[in-house]
Design a protein around this ligand. Structure first.
Ligand SMILES: CC(C)(COP(=O)(O)OP(=O)(O)OC[C@H]1O[C@@H](n2cnc3c(N)ncnc32)[C@H](O)[C@@H]1OP(=O)(O)O)[C@@H](O)C(=O)NCCC(=O)NCCS
Length: 229
């Protein structure tokens, strides 16, 4: 079995970022329902559902289809843990009491898209019941900090209608560098293309640089891992 990277779990000031497990199914299903229902009600305000869980309201047996998508997501997360070397870090975002509230995913190995290397391909969602409190931004910062130990630039895309995702990208120092009418990573949908440069990322969170290191040490000690980073 491949060794778990020593930056997992990550602790930020309010969150723990660690692996998904099969026992997350029912809570993740709840989040996927919340995301879809939030999109039903708030799409005109710029809310887009996470494409992985997105199921059109007219779909017969919609809840069953959402449940299937949640299962597929957890199977992917489980398979990715076995990658060697590991590329995809599909992480659970939890409150300190362990409650699952979202996800942040980053690829630690570049992906080849039409001959161009894509770095990071960041993705994330937060339970709408825990939205607009900075949790998604905090989780993204916590994981991306480790990505930037290896790379200087991160690629990310957002649907043009996804106002909240665009705001998050800009909050972490991202700048738009292009637009694609139909992107492979957008599942055929249009995508605004952003880059986040390491220096802009750290400028956007001036005091953050040292914190995850310190907190990861503390969490590992508490869990008895004893591995200092
Ligand atoms: C994209 C998404 C994660 C953004 O969620 P969010 O709730 O806007 O993001 P955050 O949790 O970081 O909250 C940020 C808001 O909280 C506020 N906030 C409060 N405390 C904060 C803190 N400590 N740090 C940062 N922001 C804070 C910010 O001001 C911001 O509000 P504003 O945009 O009105 O200024 C969410 O809309 C979502 O899950 N969408 C569905 C999935 C999706 O589209 N994913 C992207 C495609 S992969």
């Amino acid at each position: 079995m491949p060794a778990q990277e020593d930056f997992i779990p990550i602790a930020t000031s309010r969150l723990i970022i660690d692996e998904f497990s099969a026992s997350d199914f029912s809570r993740l299903r709840e989040i996927a329902f919340n995301i879809n229902h939030n999109a039903d009600e708030h799409s005109t305000e710029g809310y887009c559902p996470f494409y992985t869980f997105q199921v059109d309201p007219q779909t017969p047996d919609r809840d069953l289809v959402i449940r299937q998508k949640v299962s597929e997501f957890l199977i992917k997360a489980s398979n990715e843990k076995e990658q060697s070397p590991r590329s995809t870090y599909r992480m659970a975002v939890r409150l300190p009491d362990g409650k699952l509230i979202g996800n942040v995913t980053v690829d630690m190995l570049p992906i080849n898209e039409d001959g161009k290397l894509i770095y990071g391909d960041l993705g994330y969602f937060i339970d709408p019941q825990y939205g607009t409190q900075g949790y998604a931004t905090e989780a993204v910062r916590g994981l991306v900090h480790h990505f930037f130990k290896k790379y200087d630039k991160l690629d990310i895309t957002a649907h043009p209608n996804n106002k909240f995702s665009r705001k998050l990208i800009e909050r972490i120092g991202g700048k738009q560098v292009g637009f694609k009418e139909a992107s492979h990573y957008g599942h055929g949908e249009p995508r605004m293309i952003f880059e986040v440069h390491k220096k802009d990322f750290y400028k956007s969170c001036a005091f953050y640089r040292q914190m995850p290191e310190l907190l990861t040490v503390l969490v590992n000690r508490k869990r008895g891992n004893g591995k200092n980073v």
